[in-house]
Structure formats: C-alpha cells, structure tokens
Design a protein around this ligand. Structure first.
Ligand code: COA
Length: 205
C-alpha cells in the first residue's frame, strides 16, 4: 500500500493530497505542529511532525506542504535527516519539458508548464496554471504562485515567492528571500532581498 504523509494541514496541503491520490497513493495522512488541527478536509491529522520518523519506519513517503519557505526548508531538512523518504509530486495535467529537472520535495500543480532546460530546486511550489519559461533556474524552497509567468532564462534565488499573477521578463535575476506581491511585473534584476509590488516592481519593505 502506498501511503503519503503531508506535513502542514492547510489548503495547500489539501491540494497536494489530491495530486497524491491522482498519482496512485492509497492513503494520505497529515502531520501538523498545531495540536488543535485534527482534520483537514476528509483527511486525518495524526499528530505533530515529530511523528515523522515513526511513520518513516512503516514505509510512508513524505512531503512538506507548508507555504512559509523558511519553515518548509527547516522541516524538510529535519525529516530528511530522520530518514524520511521525501518525494516530488507532479500533477498528471502539468506539462513538463523532457529535460526539465525538478528537485526533491517540490510539488507541481495542475496546469503548470515548465519549459525546456529549466531546473527547479528542492522544496519548491510550482502552483496552478503558472508557467516557468525555458532555461530558468528556480532556487530551493521558492514558490511560483497561481498564474505567475516567467519568460526565458530567468533566475530566481532560494526561498523567493512570486505571488499570484506575477510576470517576469526574460534574462532577469531575482535574488534569495524576495516576496513579489500579487500582479508584480519584474523587468529588471532584483538584487536586494525584500518585498516588491507594482509594475514595474518597486521595493516596499
Ligand atoms: C505584497 C504583499 C505580501 C504585501 O503584504 P503586506 O506586507 O501585508 O503589506 P500591506 O498590505 O501592508 O501593503 C503595503 C502597501 O503596499 C500596497 N500593496 C500590497 N500588495 C500590493 C500589490 N500586490 N500590488 C500593489 N500594491 C500592493 C498596499 O496597498 C500598501 O500600500 P499603502 O502603503 O499605500 O497603503 C501582499 O499584498 C501580496 O500581494 N501578497 C500576495 C499573496 C499571493 O500572491 N498569494 C498567492 C498564493 S498562490
């Protein structure tokens, strides 16, 4: 029996659970460090993330379904050290170039397109109906939100979050730890970590 444990009982986790069922998992359970969370949708929250190593010994697969990049990175690294098998999940209706590389713990949602030559790091979220252009490098634990689009040869650092509907033109680099607000249009390199909004993108924090 194929069993997946998702850490992070949230709406994002529920979307991951749906992908897991489409990919042939027989059972999906959740862990969450908030002990008030007992269920998410039809799924049961078994307990805190400290249960992961026990479940690993039963042969479960794992993925971290937490939106916050720093927490996602910390937990993924912790459970990996505890011997958990971290998987990469790709929705059957995502379109992935034959030579694209997608790292461990990353999830690719329905309708997403990842073009040729692109490398997606570990623990990334490639969200619903976004597109990642050709020869992009998306750093570890970054998130390309719903409907965001990057043109060709875009570089995104680690733990950066491109919000819903963001547009990035070709050959642009975005450094680590950036938040690009909903609808931001990036036409120049972003070299300072922080929060950016608007068209063209301006730093607000
Ligand atoms: C950018 C963002 C993170 C800022 O949130 P915040 O730190 O709480 O900032 P605030 O809401 O206090 O906004 C600060 C200012 O920026 C403006 N602003 C915020 N987001 C903006 C956006 N996306 N575009 C243009 N202006 C924006 C606000 O109007 C406010 O302007 P003011 O100071 O003139 O009133 C948030 O607004 C955002 O866009 N989040 C996107 C989330 C997302 O894409 N989720 C999708 C998941 S799939």
């Amino acid at each position: 029996m194929k069993r997946l444990v998702i850490i992070g009982a949230s709406g994002h986790g529920k979307v991951i659970a749906d992908i897991a069922l489409l990919l042939g998992y027989d059972q999906v359970d959740f862990l969450d460090d908030n002990s008030n969370k007992k269920k998410v949708g039809e799924y049961v929250v078994l307990g805190k993330s400290t249960l992961a190593s026990q479940l690993a010994s039963l042969g479960c697969d794992f993925i971290v379904g937490i939106g916050n990049a720093e927490i996602r990175e910390r937990i993924q690294k912790e459970i990996e050290e505890d011997g958990c098998n971290i998987v990469t999940l790709i929705h059957p209706n995502a379109m992935i170039a034959h030579n694209a590389i997608i790292g461990k713990g990353s999830v690719v949602m329905a309708g997403a397109v990842i073009n040729t030559g692109t490398v997606i790091g570990d623990g990334c979220i490639i969200n619903t109906c976004c597109s990642v252009g050709q020869d992009n490098r998306i750093g570890n634990f970054s998130h390309i939100s719903v409907g965001a689009h990057t043109a060709g040869e875009v570089l995104v650092g680690s733990r950066s979050w491109l919000g819903i509907g963001v547009i990035v033109t070709s050959n642009v680099s975005i450094c680590d730890d950036c938040m690009l607000g909903a609808g931001t249009v990036v036409v120049n390199n972003i070299c300072d970590s922080g929060t950016y909004v608007g068209a063209p993108a301006k730093k607000i924090k």
